[in-house]
Design a binder for this molecule. Sequence first.
Ligand code: SF4
Length: 362
Amino acid sequence: MSDVPVALTPNPREAAPRRTAPPRPALASEEARRAIRAAEVALLDERRQLTEAELAALADVPDSSVPALAALAHEVRLEWCGDTVEVEGILSAKTGGCPEDCHFCSQSGLFPSPVRAAWLDIPGLVEAAVQTAATGATEFCIVAAVRGPDAKLMAQMREAVAAISEAVDINVAASLGILTREQVQDLQAMGIHRYNHNLETARSYFPQVVTTHTWQERWDTLRMIADSGMEVCCGGIVGMGESLQQRAEFAAQLAELKPHEVPLNFLNPRPGTPFADMEVMSSADALRTIGAFRLAMPRTILRYAGGRELTLGDPGTRDGLLGGINAVIVGNYLTTLGRAADSDLDLLSELNMPIKALSDSL
Ligand code: SF4
């Protein structure tokens, strides 16, 4: 479907701006203290995963309890994952013109957003992989804005992965949308180390975000990836109007999948998309979410992805790394500018968090 020309005409129903009040936590301070203490016992003493009810309480703690939640999330991350941080670069092989209608995405061809379809060539991908490796990153992810790959994109991937492996020592990951079983096998045979496919949001909220495919279709692709032996990278976006309970539901659904990595994005409302008019999450809300997701998935790589600059800024980026995050994407994201790689690497060194070595991640 990636080659099908897509008319860049707005769909008036889908493109209508929506404004949703940010969710307000309802737990009293005393209840929040009890919930955080119970999570501490479960994760550090009993070493068991939390239930969805326990997660729902953590997602609902008031702003005044967020520092305590973040402190526990950091302790749990150190205990279950250690102090290393995984660094990854991403590059879009095909940008824009996607036939799907994910309401947060400026790469959809169905909204009048400024991103237009473009393809990157193989030498460009190799060059980007070499530059990414030079930052110390261990993972290079090739992303395409498609519903799923067609034969041409699969052939380009085969060529690109071979050329990158020839040029530089870095793991190659891919994010190409919904897959068939044969495509899963092909990607594994090419040497793809990790596959990214986000569930985006809780199953119960997904129909408010995407109407052109289902949460189940995404889940089915993820199950096939997990069964193939490739690492599963699966996360989503928070701050899209979902309730705090739905955030807990989403964290529990991700935990059930046991992903190797969870990229956590904060909605950065893009012009022209149906979510363009949504409010940006507060820093406290973002840190509460990071803490709850870390406690939901104590041994997962929890990666800062898009939107953190807008939601958290520099001080919040540090707070997140001390509140449950243990991976970052360096450089730019797919459609928005990220922080300079150097400022992230300097921050990691200041926090005494070593970059995870390639040999550890193979
Ligand atoms: S999120 Fe992916 S599938 Fe959805 S519109 Fe954007 S590029 Fe297409």
